[in-house]
Design a protein around this ligand. Structure first.
Ligand code: MSP
Length: 512
């Protein structure tokens, strides 16, 4: 079994979960579930980034201790994972001992190696972005809004010799085509590296920021949050212990486009290189939901928080929507009208209809029992061929992270089965006394049930809840291997189907 280690970014503890966080977890979960189904031994990590100025400030504003604020946030983010059926194996918090220990080890190693030095720094500092700025960060002579108040400060700090790795990094990114996906994002990294990079200030004086991991070689300072946060990817899998090499290098760090440059594409590779640790195999960079932080309104004027849709329509519907709409790597606009229209047309209508028809008619005409499946004629032959084509294409699309197209093809197959039912018209066959028609009726309903089993098995990485429910309704126990599960078969013959149920109730978009 090959090991597969995948991570999400760890979210800031000083905010509440929003659509962007939810999407990243769903995307990573789809990949993790897909790899598990393909037989890999997957480790899926997510977590919370708990140190830094903003957490300290928010806690102070609320009159509570920073750790209380972090505990509260950890509860909310873990709850989000549960509501979204996220199958993470671990949830790391940067305030945990296991993490702090590894941050200390790295810092001490770099310090002992002479890769960290102390220097006086005079320059501009943005508390909001928690970073030092340079003249080149000004736009038209002004500091951009994102930096908030920018003040000039002079203080002693510790610096990590980032700049000496610049040429190595450029060569590395150019030579490793798979390091950054999608490929066009690698160009941004190369572009960024065209300008000389500065050494990285990795400390903050304790009097200004106390909520952080103290530097092991100077307790008057705490560690810069990015140095602290990035280390989570190795602290969670036991860096420094024997088992570390079983997990590392990670297969994918899934991140949003805003944190590629410089943290993940510059700081992180250089930190690892400087410590003699292998680099992760790949960074998978997704785009942004452009309306993520805002409440959404639909044309009727109703306003909702996108995450409320999880409770209202179910995790599978939410997961389906974000995976179907977002082309990994591009940005997307989240709209409630679009959500409702996809929900109604794809889930309630196409998938819901196939489920209802199969259960209802098998109940009414065959006493709920799936009949033996005969070869049928050209219509059935076409269904089987269509399935084989769809499955192969969809697997190829999953491999390339083209999940939106994979769902499009899977649902095209579901639609084609509804058309098959129209053509075969089992309701007409059911009226006939002719044994040949009775046999065809059994075959038709059995083909519909089999197609439903297969299509939902193929969509399992995206919609794990529904896949399981459909399997139960079909009286089916899934095969040990996914490849076997995705083969056209007669495994359902003789099964007694469950009571008809509505998996995705249609919603009247005016009321909801
Ligand atoms: N704490 C840092 C990451 C440290 S990783 C070692 C951070 N946190 S965050 O909460 O701001 O963002 C977490 C993830 O959510 C990032 O990958 C970010 O790109 C993603 N998203 C935040 N807003 C988003 C959207 N509007 N849309 C999609 N994803 C976005 O950055």
């Amino acid at each position: 079994m090959s090991k597969f280690y995948i991570t999400t970014a760890i979210d800031y503890a000083n905010g509440t979960p929003h659509l962007g966080h939810a999407y990243e977890k769903v995307l990573t979960d789809v990949i993790a579930r897909y790899r598990r189904l393909m037989g890999d031994d997957v480790t899926f990590l997510t977590g919370l980034d708990e140190h830094g100025q903003k957490v300290q400030q928010s806690a102070r504003d609320r009159g509570i201790e920073p750790i209380e604020l972090c505990d509260e946030a950890a509860g909310q983010f873990q709850d989000l994972c549960r509501r979204l059926l996220i199958s993470n194996d671990d949830f790391i918090r940067t305030t945990e001992e296991r993490h702090k220990k590894v941050v200390n080890t790295l810092l001490q190693q770099l310090y002992d190696d002479g890769q960290i030095y102390q220097a006086e720094y005079t320059g501009y500092y943005s508390a909001r972005a928690e970073q030092f700025l340079q003249e080149k960060d000004r736009v038209d002579g002004e500091w951009p809004e994102i930096y908030g108040d920018v003040v000039e400060i002079s203080e002693k700090n510790y610096f990590f010799k980032l700049s000496q790795y610049q040429d190595w990094l450029i060569q590395y990114v150019k030579a490793h085509e798979d390091f950054i996906f999608p490929r066009f994002r690698a160009k941004q990294v190369i572009e960024f590296l065209k300008e000389p990079i500065n050494d990285l200030c990795i400390s903050r004086p304790k009097e200004r920021l106390s909520w952080g991991i103290p530097l092991p070689f100077d307790p008057d300072y705490v560690t810069y949050v990015w140095f602290d946060a990035l280390t989570n990817y190795i602290s969670a899998v036991g860096y420094g212990t024997d088992s570390f090499s079983e997990y590392w290098p990670a297969d994918f760090h899934v991140i949003g486009k805003d944190i590629l440059v410089p943290p993940h594409a510059v700081y992180w590779p250089i930190m690892l290189k400087a410590c003699g640790i292998e680099l992760p195999k790949s960074l998978l960079v997704h785009g942004w939901w452009l309306t993520a932080g805002r409440k959404l309104s639909k044309s009727t004027g109703v306003v909702v928080n996108p995450l409320d849709l999880i409770d209202q329509f179910g995790a599978d519907a939410f997961r389906y929507f974000v995976t179907r709409e977002m082309n990994v790597g591009q940005d997307s606009e989240f709209s409630l009208d679009l959500f409702l229209s996809r929900y109604n047309s794809d889930l309630a209508n196409d998938l819901g209809n196939l489920v209802n028809r199969t259960l209802n008619m098998t109940g009414r005409y065959l006493n709920r029992e799936i009949a033996a499946q005969t070869d049928g004629d050209a219509l059935e032959q076409e269904v089987r061929e269509n399935w084989a084509r769809t499955r192969d294409e969809v697997i190829g699309l999953y491999e390339e992270f083209q999940f939106h197209t994979a769902l499009d093809r899977t649902f095209a197959f579901i639609k084609s089965i509804n058309r098959y039912a129209e053509q075969r018209a089992p309701w007409k066959l059911a009226k006939s006394e002719d044994p040949a028609d009775r046999e065809l009726l059994g075959t038709c309903l059995s083909v519909m049930a089999e197609s439903l089993r297969l299509a939902t098995a193929l969509a399992a990485p995206v919609m794990p809840g529904i896949t399981d429910k459909v399997a139960v309704l079909l009286g089916h126990e899934r095969a040990a291997s996914w490849q076997e599960e995705l083969e056209w078969s007669t495994v359902l013959s003789g099964n007694t189907l469950g009571e008809p149920t509505i998996l995705f109730p249609r919603t009247n978009s005016k009321k909801s």
